[in-house]
Design a protein around this ligand. Sequence first.
Ligand SMILES: [Fe+2]
Ligand SMILES: [Fe+2]
Length: 163
Amino acid sequence: MKEKSIELLNAAVADELAAVHQYMYFHFHCDDQGYDLLANLFKRTAIQEMVHVEKLAERILFLKGDVDMTVAEDVKKIQDVRKMLELAVQMEESSAEDYNKWANECSQNADSVSKKLFEELVEDEERHFNQFDDEMENLKKFGDNYLALQSIERSKQIGGGGE
Ligand SMILES: [Fe+2]
Ligand SMILES: [Fe+2]
């Protein structure tokens, strides 16, 4: 039971680390282009994925395994906002799918704590999915105005003596 759980938990760590890297890369580029709303969303989500790594690592160590810290994927150098959101939606969808499956596997191996952890993560990934999906819908609905508005907001803040 322990070995299988440790393997699944480490696979999740690898996916979470890939998400942290990918979302921070998106954060840097959205920030650079002046899209504050999206830049903040990517950063906030990256931090939540980092917390997932921590929870997974704690469970792995409790089971007397070790945290591999392998990163599942290289960062994709995407700078187009539509493509960023498409990839983010895909990543969240596949994490939720995997964690649902892995929760069931842990439950079959009589490891209910790891099962519960995967279920908690599914909840978060579904929320992330929704947030990215909403932004994709906004972008479709309002087109480039949606992005222009974010840049204008920043200019107003700077011009108004804000941050
Ligand atoms: Fe996550
Ligand atoms: Fe996520």
